[in-house]
Design a protein around this ligand. Structure first.
Ligand code: COA
Length: 176
C-alpha cells in the first residue's frame, strides 16, 4: 500500500481530532490512574488541534493511505529558552498510528517528518513523554535512542497525607 506523508491542514481536522481523542483514550486504558480528559477536555479537542495547526512553533504531520484516509499523525513543538543549553529544543506531544496500520514503520516515518521541522528550527534536543504502562511506546522511543532522564510521578493528596502522618516511617528507609 502506498503511504503519503504530508503536513496536516485544517481539512484534516476531523481525522486529527479523532486520533487525538483515540490517543488519550488509549493512554487512559493503559493506565487508568493517569490524568484524564474531562468532558470539557473532549469538547475542546477540536480547538486544541486547530490551535496547533495554526501555531508557527508547532508541527502537525499526517500519513494517508492511497484512498486519502488519514492513518497516522504526529504533533511536535519547537521552543527556545535562552536560559537553557541547548537553547533550542523540541517536544513531540502526540504520535498516533491507526490500529490496523501499526508495526509497518509508519510511526518512524512520522517522527522523520517532525525531525525535518525541528531541523528547520535549529532544534538540538528533543524530549518526549510516555505512559510507563504503555509498552509499545517504551519500545518505540527506546529504539529511536530516547533515554529516560526525568520521571514524572503522581499520587493523590489523600495518599500522600496518609503517608506523611505515619510517623513510624522516619529513618531514611529504615523502618522504626
Ligand atoms: C507507538 C506507535 C506510534 C508506534 O507506531 P508504529 O507505526 O506501529 O511503529 P513502527 O512500525 O514505526 O515501529 C518502530 C519500532 O518501534 C517498536 N515498536 C512499535 N510497536 C511495537 C510493539 N507493539 N511492540 C514492541 N515494539 C514496538 C519496534 O522496535 C519497532 O521497530 P522494529 O519494527 O524494527 O522492531 C503506535 O503503536 C501507536 O500509535 N500506539 C498507540 C498510541 C501511542 O501509544 N502513542 C505513543 C504515545 S507516546
Amino acid at each position: 500500500m502506498k503511504i503519503r506523508l504530508r503536513d496536516a491542514s485544517e481539512s484534516d481536522l476531523k481525522a486529527l481530532v479523532e486520533m487525538r481523542v483515540a490517543l488519550q483514550k488509549h493512554l487512559e486504558v493503559r493506565d487508568p490512574e493517569i490524568w484524564k480528559f474531562s468532558q470539557r477536555g473532549f469538547e475542546i479537542a477540536p480547538l486544541e488541534v486547530k490551535a496547533r495547526l495554526r501555531s508557527k512553533s508547532s508541527y502537525v504531520g499526517v500519513a494517508e493511505d492511497e484512498n486519502g484516509r488519514i492513518i497516522g499523525m504526529i504533533m511536535a513543538e519547537a521552543a527556545r529558552d535562552e536560559y537553557r543549553d541547548p537553547e533550542r529544543f523540541g517536544h513531540i506531544h502526540w504520535v498516533y498510528v491507526d490500529e490496523n496500520s501499526r508495526c509497518r514503520g509508519l510511526g518512524r516515518s512520522l517522527v522523520k517528518t517532525a525531525l525535518n521541522f525541528f531541523s528547520r528550527h535549529g532544534v538540538e534536543q528533543i524530549t518526549i513523554g510516555y505512559v510507563v504502562n504503555n509498552p509499545e511506546a517504551h519500545s518505540f522511543w527506546n529504539k529511536l535512542g530516547f533515554v529516560a532522564r526525568v520521571t514524572h510521578s503522581s499520587a493523590t493528596l489523600n495518599s500522600i497525607a496518609m503517608r506523611l502522618s505515619d510517623a513510624s516511617k522516619n529513618g531514611c528507609g529504615k523502618d522504626a
